[in-house]
Design a protein around this ligand. Structure first.
Ligand code: AG3
Length: 279
């Protein structure tokens, strides 16, 4: 009989809600120095990367997150050359960044080298740009890295896990202020900033912190089905460039499936319940 095994993975997205998904096969599982890491294969979402039982990325919807956390900022900057990615050990953000011809250097600072290794092996379509000659991998704490680097990056992207455990410090005002200093005078910073439905305390706090440091703060949205609530937020801090002033007609044709010149504009259109959070 052709019956599927009844093995399921469950992420508790809040204390009172979970997302469950049938697992075809567990490809990898280990306890790293920092967290529990697993890669499982599913019929619904394809292979998924799990850290401490939280879905980080899946083959089915990773493009949304990785395109949006990179191209909105990269196309807002006039000529980004040097980019820093903090976190994002799966390599999806790096893969998108190297699509931009102006890029000379991407420093990828990930605290847990085991995430990079597992992604190379089990998520090759995401981790496919690590060997690009412009990419330098630094296995280190991003907080330390920005503290020790001043005035050198055009763009800094914080592709973190949820604000609990190892990533907590990546959601702090002192970290944002070190990011400001690590950026050049026209630099741009972007972070993933969680769900407008379920992180209604966090988003206003981050928005306020970032607005206190950067002259321009903008929040934008994208739809990511495997994240809590599906609707996801990103927050940008910019020293000079206004993302809404970009001449979207001049954005070069890019190989993307969610981001487009039109989406560059529409992602900043916020429903009233999200605007409300930023007052
Ligand atoms: N970073 C994780 C975003 C948070 C997801 N949260 C959740 N599923 N509860 C994504 C890493 C992808 N490079």
């Amino acid at each position: 009989m052709d019956q599927k095994f009844n093995l399921w993975f469950t992420e508790y997205q809040t204390n009172d809600m979970a997302l469950s998904c049938r697992v075809k096969k567990t490809l990898h599982q280990e306890q790293t120095q920092f967290q529990n890491l697993a890669v499982v294969d599913t019929d619904q979402f394809g292979r998924m990367l799990l850290l401490d039982n939280v879905i980080q990325t899946t083959i089915m919807d990773e493009f949304v997150y990785h395109e949006m956390i990179t191209h909105v900022a990269l196309n807002t900057h006039a000529a980004p050359k040097r980019v820093l990615v903090i976190g994002g050990g799966d390599g999806g953000a790096v893969r998108e960044i190297v699509k931009h011809p102006s890029i000379e250097k991407v420093v990828h600072c990930e605290i847990d080298g085991a995430v990079i290794e597992a992604s190379r092996k089990y998520l090759p379509e995401i981790a496919c740009a690590f060997d690009d000659p412009r990419v330098e991998i630094v296995v280190d704490d991003g907080i330390k890295h920005v503290r020790n680097n001043k005035n050198i990056y055009d763009i800094i992207i914080v592709d973190s896990t949820d604000p609990v455990g190892p990533a907590e410090g990546l959601f702090s005002a002192s970290f944002y202020s070190d990011i400001y200093d690590a950026l050049k005078e026209d630099g741009i910073f972007v972070a993933q900033t969680e769900s407008p439905f379920f992180n209604r305390d966090l988003i206003p706090r981050l928005y306020r912190d970032i607005s206190g440091i950067f002259p321009l703060t903008r929040l934008f949205l994208a739809c990511i089905p495997t994240y809590p609530g599906g609707l996801w937020s990103f927050t940008m801090g910019s020293k000079k460039y206004e993302p809404l002033d970009v001449d979207v007609a001049a954005i070069p044709q890019m190989d993307t499936r969610y981001y487009s010149p039109a989406v560059h504009r529409t992602c900043f259109v916020l429903p009233p319940f999200v605007k409300e959070l930023l007052k």
